[in-house]
Design a protein around this ligand. Structure first.
Ligand code: ADE
Length: 247
């Protein structure tokens, strides 16, 4: 998968050299290209922002540098069409489902903004030709979209074939479509069997795989009820069994 990121802080993306995503890049699974937005300005101050029409606080990112930058990135492969992802707190929620959708795309272009956001005509311009998603990673406001891009690239990158060591480890993720949809993962344990007087739940060392699966499902339901009760309403009744209803 190819990922382009245009930002006034390309150095913000140094963490993409590290760990799982860093390895995926080394192995050629992920091709990340960073671009400095200011390279597409033409004044001595390399200006990327201006005051908002209609008044109000803060500054808005000018359309010209974004348009030139995106045009140049698109020109790198005129036959291919990236999906453009614009991080903004006003966007649609970024979910595991959307991460999976992005993981199936050959090319993503992220356009993280600073200040009050990008002049909306940029999204209108490319939205008429390409898929442009305005996406929020949560109901809080960051100082800019860069941290949101790091979050999305990590969530998408770990889903790419060959990135996770164990082919099954993304299947049981919290929120993963299927049995974990709208469920949080329950608690996990490793050795030693007793630590500071706390014992590992007996069922997990029982060797009864069916009962262990049932216990994990119960714990997932319990944790979801405690931490995210609103998710329970989204559980598919067809997938609930009698035992689920008793938890
Ligand atoms: N930029 C600022 N806040 C954001 C958020 N919550 N999600 C995505 N981009 C953002």
């Amino acid at each position: 998968m190819r990922i382009d990121i245009i930002s006034i802080f390309p150095e913000y993306f140094a963490p993409l050299d590290v760990s799982l995503i860093g390895k995926a890049r080394e192995r050629g699974i992920l091709d990340v290209r960073l671009h400095q937005l200011r390279d597409w300005t033409h004044d001595v101050h390399r200006t990327v922002d201006d005051t908002p029409y209609g008044g109000g606080p803060g500054m808005v990112m000018k359309p010209d540098p974004w348009g030139e930058a995106i045009d140049d990135v698109l020109a790198a492969d005129p036959r291919a069409r990236p999906r453009i992802v614009v991080p903004t707190p006003s966007g649609v929620p970024f979910t595991q489902r959307l991460a999976m959708e992005y993981a199936a795309e050959p090319w993503l272009l992220f356009t993280p903004a600073r200040y009050e956001g990008i002049d909306s005509r940029v999204m209108a311009e490319y939205g008429s030709r390409l898929r442009v998603d305005e996406v929020s990673i949560g109901d809080y406001v960051l100082a800019g979209g860069e941290a949101a891009v790091l979050v999305m690239v990590e969530a998408v990158g770990r889903l790419l074939p060959g990135v996770l060591g164990n082919a099954h480890s993304a299947v049981d993720d919290s929120f993963a479509p299927g049995t974990m949809e709208n469920l949080l993962e329950g608690p996990v344990y490793t050795k030693p069997p007793e630590w500071r007087g706390h014992r590992v739940p007996e069922i997990l060392v029982s060797g009864h795989h069916g009962r262990i699966a049932r216990w994990r499902r119960d714990e997932a339901l319990r944790r979801t009820a405690r931490n995210r009760p609103e998710l329970l309403a989204g559980l598919d009744p067809e997938r609930l069994d009698r035992r689920d209803r008793e938890v």
